[in-house]
Design a protein around this ligand. Sequence first.
Ligand SMILES: Nc1nc2c(ncn2[C@@H]2O[C@H](COP(=O)(O)OP(=O)(O)OP(=O)(O)O)[C@@H](O)[C@H]2O)c(=O)[nH]1
Ligand SMILES: [Mg+2]
Length: 754
Amino acid sequence: MDYTVSLVGNPNVGKTSLYNRITHSLEHVGNWHGVTVAEVSKKIMFDHNTIDIVDLPGLYSLSVYSPEEGISRDRILAKSSDLIVNICEVNNLARNLYLTLQLLELDVPVVLVINMMDELRKQGKVLNYRNIERVLKIPIVPMSAKYHSDVHLLMDVSVDYIKTHGANTVRLEYLDKLPLDDVISIIGANAAQAGLSPRWAAIKVLENDAFVLGKLNLDKAQSSALAAMGDLQARVAQVRYEFIDKITEGAITRSVSSEHHEMHEHTAHNVPLESHGENAGEIAEIPHDKHVRHHDRHKAGERLQMLGVSKLDGIVLNKYLALPIFLAVMALIFVITFGLVGNFFTWLLELGIDKLIYNPLTGWLNSINCPDWIVGLLGDGIIQGVGGILVFLPQIVLLFFFLALLEDSGYISRVAFMTDGIFRKIGLSGRSAFTMLMGFGCSATAVLTARGLEDEKMRKKTVLLTPFLSCSARLPVYSTIAGAFFAGGSPFIIFGMYLLGAAVALLLAALFEKCVKPLKSGKLSFIMEMPPYRFPTAERVLQIIWNNAKVFLIRVGTTIFALNVIVWLLSNFSFTAGYTVGKDARSILEVISGFIAPVFRPFGFGNWKAVTSLLSGLVAKEVVISSIESLGGVEAIFMGAHPSLSALTFMVFTLLYVPCVATLVAIKKEAGLKWMFFSLILQIGVAYLVSLAFYGIGLLVLLNPGVTVGVLIVAFVVAVCIAVLISKIKGKGSCPYCTGGCKTCDRKKDGKDR
Ligand SMILES: Nc1nc2c(ncn2[C@@H]2O[C@H](COP(=O)(O)OP(=O)(O)OP(=O)(O)O)[C@@H](O)[C@H]2O)c(=O)[nH]1
Ligand SMILES: [Mg+2]
């Protein structure tokens, strides 16, 4: 038989970890909320059945607020799955069960997985889920998806449940406390017409669910009849939570012994549902935070919710230490990646390619009198060009490894938390920080993670600014050029590039907030859950290394290889005279790129080779450097009066202009064609202007260092004074919850909601 099984649950509960275990995939897992932003699926064979396993973005409830949650809601409402495997996190059982109840209200077949049992075990506690299972009448499978849990068992239970689950829907007693019959008498016909179950539609109407209300298309009389019943949204949440509290009472207790717990985790689910006994009697300790309950999420006000804040957070999130710690962590990562460790492996690879491939191959080709152009194409075009990129494999793997450590440990959520204050002042939120930090890996995939942002304008702004964060494809460019011109100082030059990218993005965000009306988002509430600190397993570390090495090697073997061959051919053949080496003829690229070259003359690299490499970088940024390698190396490009300054400016331009075509496609997907063109012009414009300013200031420093540095310091101090003055005038009378404009703020100065 063919079945579809969807994995559904709150964000960050381990859905993708479980998906990877079941399907043997390597999908992105991270210790923050909103890692998965699109549906992913894979078919597996299980017990002669073909099962399509679908991993979905996390959602707190069926009333959704962001596009990524909408993807999951649509799949659930379409009832296109034969089974929903609902994953809950054991340490947040009550809040997670809120979604479970909504799934049961919808009458979809559900198997409940209670995940992260290992964390419960570490706390010396056990789970007794029998009462929950008995009341909800659904199978429950406890597990630890991160480790080697028995997914076979889960699949067994799931297939069994699909086959045996009949029409005996569970009676959720708390629904009797709601005036559902009254609502059905008003909206029943509309619900049937919209293809919705009247009872379910009635619950959603009480919850003021905009999506369902839109589908029901109620007339004025119906709307007024509903309004007359009063606002029952909070009541719905209250009866659900009272029910959850009742069924989870005594579910988590102190462990008698770890063996006892093992029995619970691995065998108890085999006991038939009906025969489960009563629960053990100790008092439950279920950490849940009523403030984060979903019905509260959109209550006006700007709040950050912190869960699982540990002592370490006292230091990491300290008002004065947070930023220095973050910068120190990033600097350390860069020194390791681009300093001794990364450089050593890169040097080793370089040596290997030269001694084992380039020298023997070109020697042999020359010895058999191979035509010069073939020796050139294979030697300089392919081996030097593609090999010039391949040698960065260790640095790229190291960078991704550290990024994954930041993600998996939960530190990235702390960065989002500490940046939230400043980000909100410029119309972004801490949630944008996730997307921007992902931009250090790959701009195109990072742009897609902006889907998790609830506000459309903020989402657009994040999408437009993420490409300014330096992606890993730009790394070989910095590494080669900085290594050639600044040797020992190269890690700091590279770190500077990353900081410059972030600074430009933040300045632009502030500018948009002030001057571009369609991107002015204002200050918005952002509720963030702080995940506990977690350690990645050795298996996960190897997965990260393999995943990124594979993606990089495929790029090198396909796009970069093909482009290198094209660039080499076009730069060594002319329109009329064939192979140009040894002839007085201009190559095809010399003619074409030569047209654009004067544009870059002010920066000291106005030559066709530099233009060619920048143009080829539009397809993939790594090709900038492989083109430079195959066109004669950095010495052939930066030859002006101030080669080091030109080289630095080239790095700045590479940092800021369009990352690649794939990123543009991602921007189109997330924000539309109009914004894609806007971003294209913005990136090229900003790259040119910042490079111009950079080169100009650099020239002044070189010509008259003392005066220029003095002028710059004075200008900086004046600018800071003006900014402080403006914020003081604006912020006069403001409260800690806004920077002025208290009239529109959701809170009074004492912090209470208005
Ligand atoms: N200790 C422990 N950690 C787990 C377990 N399962 C997942 N994790 C960790 O929990 C975090 C979230 O895992 P994901 O699989 O990305 O969660 P998700 O539900 O797909 O998250 P979103 O896509 O953001 O909704 C990661 O750091 C995982 O390593 C588990 O059984 N035990
Ligand atoms: Mg996921």
